[in-house]
Design a protein around this ligand. Structure first.
Ligand code: ROI
Length: 169
């Protein structure tokens, strides 16, 4: 059995009751084989990065401890997206989605293959990843970029605020 590794998953949704999508997804991540959920962030509302003619996003980050290898973990993430009605297609790369799951970090692994780049190549510049990630792991060092806490301080876009359950229609 391989040694457990800490992995961070980014969750995003802006269609079909995003809060329910994220809540259900957290429960599904906790059920993955050879994996346990260590913690998850609060939910954040963020302006869309990319085309502006789409709803605001709800974002969160989950910390898992897993014995799955990164490719297996990625396959499970894609399966959860599909269960949530996500259709990945090249012409909807920047469009609205019911669920987006990104493998942000897998231990300190640095990897670049056709299927998977680790750390996630955009993680260090996205407020909707850095704010929730900083709740869980402010001192985590993103290889090549530095600690999450510092990256978050320098990152202002897109605009982001904490989501308050019940405060939104
Ligand atoms: N914008 C925000 N704010 N949050 C996301 O999760 C998100 N995901 C995406 C794109 C379209 C890049 N924009 C996003 O995939």
């Amino acid at each position: 059995m391989r040694a457990p590794v800490s992995a961070y998953i980014g969750l995003g949704a802006n269609l079909n009751d995003p809060a329910a999508q994220l809540r259900d997804t957290l429960a599904e991540l906790a059920q993955l084989p050879d994996t346990r959920m260590l913690s998850h962030s609060r939910f954040y509302l963020s302006k869309p990065l990319g085309p502006k003619d789409q709803p605001d996003y709800l974002n969160a980050v989950a910390a898992l401890e897993t014995q799955l290898d990164p490719q297996e973990l990625m396959r499970h993430l894609l399966a959860i997206e599909t269960q949530h009605g996500r259709q990945r297609s090249p012409d909807n790369r920047w469009g609205a989605r019911s669920l987006d799951l990104d493998l942000l970090m897998y231990g300190a692994l640095v990897l670049q293959t056709k299927e998977l780049t680790l750390p996630h190549p955009e993680l260090h510049k996205r407020s909707f990843v850095l704010y929730p990630l900083a709740e869980l792991a402010p001192d985590l060092v993103i290889p090549g970029h530095g600690p999450v806490r510092v990256l978050r301080e320098h990152c202002r876009s897109p605009a982001i605020r904490l989501y308050e359950e019940g405060a939104h229609a």
